[in-house]
Design a protein around this ligand. Structure first.
Ligand code: IMP
Ligand code: MG
Length: 175
């Protein structure tokens, strides 16, 4: 699989070290609060598992399956999820977890849907990777693993046409 990469951006050890730092920060920020994590699948699956194991708080975990339609490597702006599966987050401190902040369509859509519910106590966003680019939708991440150039990356949950999610590192795909 690694032969399909143009360049490795972050190896396993670097990702693990960054997750340690992020977990410390999140643990500090949410200590004493009732934290609920809402992870967006499939992309955040490895990030979710590895990050949350490092957070020693009795958090609740929910998942939401979201499909964002991509041409080859560009968002079409169409984001789809089943509204019936959007968990009731009233009275909760919610941390939304996703693999990557790219165009912003996915996270903007989900935060708007959550905010439309009554009584969210707080809402923050945590992503493993953030692309440095102008976004189609205005959305800011509160916790970011890595800032990367505007290139198409795979691995550690990130896919190209559903492949490469199981690559244990993050790299730029040779397309
Ligand atoms: P956004 O809605 O454009 O911000 O992107 C959100 C979703 O698009 C992510 O959860 C990914 O599934 C996918 N995506 C965006 N950029 C990349 C990339 O570089 N590699 C793989 N998937 C990506
Ligand atoms: Mg994808």
């Amino acid at each position: 699989m690694q032969d399909d990469l143009k360049r490795v951006l972050y190896g396993e050890a670097e990702i693990a070290a960054r997750l340690d730092e992020m977990a410390v920060q999140i643990t500090q920020d949410y200590r004493g609060k009732d934290l609920t994590v809402l992870a967006i699948l499939n992309g955040s699956i490895f990030f979710m598992a590895d990050l949350l194991k490092r957070i020693p708080l009795p958090l609740k975990l929910d998942c939401l399956r979201v499909k964002s339609y991509y041409g080859k490597t560009e968002s079409t702006g169409r984001v789809q999820y089943d509204p019936q599966t959007l968990p009731d987050m009233s009275g909760r401190h919610v941390l939304l977890l996703d693999d990557i902040l790219d165009s912003g369509h996915t996270l903007a859509t989900i935060t708007e849907a959550l905010r439309a519910e009554s009584g969210l106590l707080s809402l923050k966003i945590c992503v493993l990777v953030r692309k440095l680019k102008k976004r189609a939708r205005e959305v800011e991440a509160d916790y970011v693993g890595f800032d990367i150039p505007d290139e198409f990356v795979v691995g550690y949950g990130l896919d190209y046409e559903e492949r490469y999610r199981n690559l244990p590192l993050i790299g730029i795909l040779r397309i």
